[in-house]
Design a protein around this ligand. Structure first.
Ligand SMILES: [Zn+2]
Ligand SMILES: [Zn+2]
Length: 334
């Protein structure tokens, strides 16, 4: 009887308690991004666009016509501090008013402006070129993206294991090491909204891999992390394919019918299986293109070298043949 009462009580409590997901602060993913153009001079394009997910969470994107990378950046506002994840691909504030846009979104005015922490998913230039725009601001801290700074700032003592936290005031963001695309790559989980920011580690497009074993281990670590947590959306650093799943040509400044930015927890849970079957060079698997960049560059270099050697051999053979024909003609009786 006691047991039955206990079970009924537990069931009652579960029914009464709101699910973890319903406690998340909701937001909108009805995003509309400028699709860029093949000829960016034909009409003006806004250098940067802002999508308010909610009134404390913003998705920012640099325009395809400002940089074909068109990276996404994320601004999370707490009660004491704000966090900017990535600073994009364009340094010049004249071309890309990133700091001005971000400061305009932060609460407060003048000296009472909310302090800002600038962090990066990883150290590729298309995610940190805008850093100098923040370095001179009085209340902004820019955390460099190299491994030494990432480890020491977030107090990772057993990299890439462990999870760090950033306290923004009534808003905690978890920091999870996910090397594989880049040695100091980190992902962020916002407990407030349930958004998981995956940078270039996981995005709708090309999964570029620098270290296969590290990427496979990171995929398993990320899955362990998200498995028992409410995840509303997984948001990456770029979108590189259309809605049919075809990747845009590398360097394209025009993304017609672009794939949506948000991916799901189910997508991320598939990542270990996608990476486990990877041959270490190039693969298309389950809607993703996986490329091992250093290996691909080596293979391309080798192919270029072989083509050069064959071309030299062909030219030498043609020269020898031409000379022998000339010699035979010279010796032939007139
Ligand atoms: Zn990258
Ligand atoms: Zn990138």
């Amino acid at each position: 009887m006691k047991f039955l009462l206990g079970v009924l009580l537990a069931a009652g409590l579960l029914a009464a308690a709101p699910s973890a997901r319903s406690q998340l602060v909701p937001g909108s993913v009805d995003m509309h991004w400028d699709e860029g153009a093949d000829d960016c001079t034909a009409k003006p394009h806004p250098p940067i666009q802002v999508h308010p997910y909610n009134d404390r969470t913003y998705v920012l994107r640099e325009n395809l016509c400002a940089t074909f990378e068109a990276p996404f950046m994320y601004l999370l506002v707490g009660s004491h501090r704000a966090l900017l994840i990535d600073t994009g691909d364009v340094a010049d504030p004249g071309r890309m008013p990133l700091a001005q846009t971000v400061m305009g979104l932060l609460p407060g005015k003048g000296a009472s402006k909310m302090p800002l922490i600038v962090v990066h998913t990883h150290g590729h230039l298309d995610h940190r070129a805008g850093d100098p725009q923040f370095e001179h601001l009085p209340d902004a801290t820019v955390v460099p993206a190299d491994l030494d700074h990432v480890r020491s700032y977030f107090h990772f003592t057993d990299w890439p294991n462990g999870v760090a936290q950033i306290d923004l005031g009534d808003r905690t963001v978890d920091v999870l090491p996910v090397p594989g695309h880049y040695p100091s790559h980190i992902a962020f989980y916002d407990r407030n909204t349930g958004l998981f920011f995956s940078g270039d580690f996981f995005l709708p497009g090309r999964l570029l891999i620098d270290n296969t074993a590290a990427a496979q281990a990171s995929a398993k670590r990320a899955v362990n992390f998200v498995e028992n947590r409410p995840i509303t959306y997984v948001l990456g650093g770029h979108v590189e394919m259309n809605r049919a799943g075809e990747t845009f040509p590398f360097g394209s400044t025009h993304h017609p019918d672009e794939h949506a930015l948000p991916m799901t927890k189910a997508d991320l849970l598939r990542l270990p299986a996608i990476l486990d079957g990877f041959n270490g060079l190039y693969a298309e698997h389950d809607g993703f293109t996986i490329i091992h960049q250093p290996h691909e560059l080596m293979a391309l270099g080798l192919a270029a070298f072989l083509i050069l050697v064959l071309a030299i051999m062909l030219v030498r053979w043609l020269v020898r043949r031409w000379r022998s024909i000339r010699r035979r003609r010279a010796l032939a009786p007139a």
